[in-house]
Design a protein around this ligand. Structure first.
Ligand SMILES: Nc1nc2c(ncn2[C@@H]2O[C@H](COP(=O)(O)OP(=O)(O)OP(=O)(O)O)[C@@H](O)[C@H]2O)c(=O)[nH]1
Ligand SMILES: [Mg+2]
Length: 369
């Protein structure tokens, strides 16, 4: 059945997500978009911060501007890629671990190590707790005192609005903006307690799990799922009295990983011990990460993963936008509430209730067309 969208709905769709980006380059460009683009190209932090705020917004006009900006950023990135190949691509590293594992301490020292090597590092956070508590990375900035003062580093506090989907979605776009501003290494941090790490996997080139020593139950708690997604497992706090426990943890993870299907046929997930406090093992870990990147690039998987990720994000956006367009149809909220009640009471099966709502929606669309 052909689905024809009435004009009102089209407008809503275009406003909620700028679906009409193609060919923007030649058109009159919004002044804000132009200014931000220039700022990004000049590597200005203030423009980067403003651009990220723009992609986090839910304001319809600003969303449209964000869409234009992202299109331009993507075009520039594609030009760079055609010119230089995979070398033009940044390195996106996802870092997840339970609270207190030492993520902030690690990022502080790892980040400083990278900037000392001439890299430009951006740190973004996907923090499920911030959605309700209002942004815990503010505290984290103080736990990354030196990195936050480093001219070659940019630390973005986690957005404090919306549900997880919104937060992670804009993080994906924030990564692109950081790259446009010249950051060649982007670290995305997440607390491994919910679903957030699953979305982060779809944003990064390498996903690292960081765990503290001890806490045997932790291994069960950390679920197979997250291990299956990891390209690297880091046992942190391998210093002083904690060294024996860190070794035990390392062996436990090495054996646990033997029973897990490898994420890539080109890479076997290593388990490494480090100390973020003493910085022991941090340079070696970076070497390993580069080896990973090299292996992935050689096999073609690096670029392939990014393609697959883009497809996955397209579907995320599509589902979100379809649901909001559906819910936004006049009178639909009322009908949804009725259907919910009927399904809850067991009068109708949830599947039937959903089918009826969809049918109603399609009929309304056809009438309006
Ligand atoms: N001994 C030792 N302590 C560490 C190390 N890394 C971090 N810590 C300590 O562990 C505690 C937690 O470190 P954070 O870096 O804040 O951990 P986090 O994973 O960012 O914690 P959340 O943000 O709460 O999830 C702090 O007291 C750190 O000083 C390490 O390598 N060795
Ligand atoms: Mg932290």
């Amino acid at each position: 059945m052909a689905l024809i969208l009435p004009r009102d709905l089209c407008r809503t769709l275009l406003r909620t997500r700028n679906l009409c980006n193609a060919g923007i380059r030649g058109r009159h460009e919004d002044r804000t978009v132009h200014r931000l683009l220039q700022g990004l190209q000049a590597g200005q932090r203030a423009s980067l911060a403003e651009a990220i705020t723009l992609v986090e917004t839910s304001h319809p006009l600003k969303k449209q501007q964000a869409g234009h900006l992202l299109t331009r950023v993507l075009q520039d990135a594609n030009d760079q890629y055609s010119e230089k190949g995979p070398q033009a691509l940044s390195f996106r590293i996802g870092l997840s671990g339970p609270p207190g594992a030492g993520k902030s301490t690690y990022i502080e020292n790892f980040g400083k190590f990278l900037t000392s090597q001439g890299h430009k590092v951006a740190v973004l956070a996907v923090d499920p707790s911030s959605a309700t508590t209002g942004g815990s990375l503010l505290g984290d900035k103080t736990r990354m005192p030196e990195l936050s003062r480093d001219d070659d580093a940019y630390i973005r506090p986690s957005p404090s609005r919306g549900h997880l989907g919104g937060v992670t979605r804009s993080t994906n776009e924030a990564i692109m903006l950081c790259e446009a501003a010249g950051y060649d290494t982007v670290i995305v941090e997440t607390i491994g307690v919910g679903q957030s790490e699953f979305s982060v996997v779809d944003m990064v080139d390498m996903f690292a799990l960081i765990i503290p020593p001890g806490g045997g139950d932790e291994l069960q708690g950390l679920k197979r799922g997250i291990m299956e997604m990891s390209d690297l497992v880091v046992v942190n706090k391998s210093d002083g009295d904690l060294v024996p426990a860190a070794r035990r943890m390392q062996y436990e993870y090495i054996s646990a990983l033997k029973f897990i299907r490898p994420k890539s046929k080109h890479w076997k997930t290593p388990v490494k011990r480090i100390s973020s406090l003493t910085q022991e093992g941090i340079p070696e870990l970076w070497e390993l990460m580069q080896e990973f990147r090299h292996t992935m690039e050689e096999s073609g998987e690096f670029v392939e993963r990014r393609k697959t990720q883009r497809r996955a994000w397209l579907w995320t956006h599509l589902k979100d936008n379809l649901v909001s367009a559906f819910v936004g149809t006049p009178g639909m909220r009322e009908r949804i509430r009725e259907a919910e009640t009927r399904a809850m009471e067991g009068v109708v099966s949830p599947g039937d209730a959903a089918d009826q709502l969809l049918l109603l929606h399609i009929t309304q669309l056809q009438k309006a067309a």
